[in-house]
Design a protein around this ligand. Structure first.
Ligand SMILES: [Zn+2]
Length: 296
């Protein structure tokens, strides 16, 4: 375990323990969330060191959920359908900013979005992932060579027109180093699309420590609009648009219901996910947010 003494965004030492959360997915262990009194950033603290976090990814959710045939497979089937549907939407959004060029899907996981981009023929696409299992899976399933995360440092400066990170940044140990790398490799006219769970959402407040968006200890950071914007601006970027990830709300709520061992989690999750989305029509605090980011 490693304990952060300073806020990773603003370096303040004024940290308070806010919420204790259980790892429902892999270990059953409990982790504390620390809040920075200065910039409101919420993060898992203490957290497993980079050298030790691998074992917390040893679960169906992260390793082989595409092949899961039991238990929560119904939920995964819905998730897969929604994901396939949303790929087209994401590509349309990206092309409003950059019509074509070189696109990196950073944290490409099982490669579904990467495959959608390749199939669209608009971009020269590369996938990057930290997991050897994911890299092998994408090779076997789609035939694409995915680069390991260590290759990021070899990426030429200003070489990418688009960088996408779908629920990835909250997993990155060396957050400021990663941001500096992104700053270097993104073309001056390029655009980043970064989706993260929103810890200010209605469903986060409703489910509290059972909220699936916390997903400790794999999620090291629990962004809200304020803390995300502060991180981005610290590294010379600006947020140009904030969009909802509307399909995430029912999914996150269903999983949160499962964590509570509630009956009919699919129906309750769909209901409370819808409540969260309706509330967010007014507050703009959607369950997950997609930030469109460019150089300052
Ligand atoms: Zn702070």
């Amino acid at each position: 375990m490693e304990t952060l003494i300073y806020c990773p965004i603003c370096n303040s030492e004024r940290l308070t323990n806010e919420l204790s959360c259980k790892d429902f997915v892999a270990s059953g262990e409990t982790f504390m969330l620390s809040r920075c009194s200065q910039c409101s950033f919420l993060f898992t603290n203490p957290r497993p060191a980079l050298s030790n976090i691998g074992k917390y990814y040893q679960s169906d959710r992260y390793v082989s959920h595409a092949a899961n045939k039991s238990g929560l497979s119904f939920m995964y089937r819905i998730y897969d359908w929604v994901r396939n549907y949303s790929i087209g939407q994401k590509i349309r959004l990206i092309r409003k900013y950059n019509q074509s060029g070189k696109l990196m899907d950073l944290g490409c996981g099982l490669g579904h979005f990467l495959n959608g981009v390749v199939q669209s023929n608009y971009f020269d696409a590369i996938g990057v992932d930290i997991s050897d299992d994911a890299i092998q899976y994408v090779k076997k399933t789609f035939g694409y060579t995915v680069l390991p995360e260590s290759s990021l440092s070899n990426q030429p400066s200003a070489s990418l027109d688009v960088i996408t990170q779908w629920h990835v940044l909250e997993h990155v140990h060396l957050l400021n180093d990663r941001m500096a790398t992104l700053k270097r490799i993104l073309n001056p006219e390029g655009t980043m699309f970064i989706a993260v769970p929103n810890s200010n959402s209605w469903d986060a407040k409703y489910y509290q420590s059972f909220w699936d968006g916390y997903d400790v200890p794999r999620h090291l950071y629990h962004f809200n609009q304020q803390s995300f914007t502060q991180l981005i601006e610290k590294h010379g970027f600006k947020v140009v648009q904030v969009l909802p990830m509307v399909f995430d709300a029912p999914y996150i709520s269903m999983r949160s219901e499962v964590h509570q061992h509630n009956s009919i989690p699919f129906i309750k999750g769909a209901f409370f996910g819808s409540v969260s989305t309706i509330k967010a029509l007014f507050s703009k605090e959607y369950s997950s947010l997609l930030f469109v980011v460019k150089h300052q």
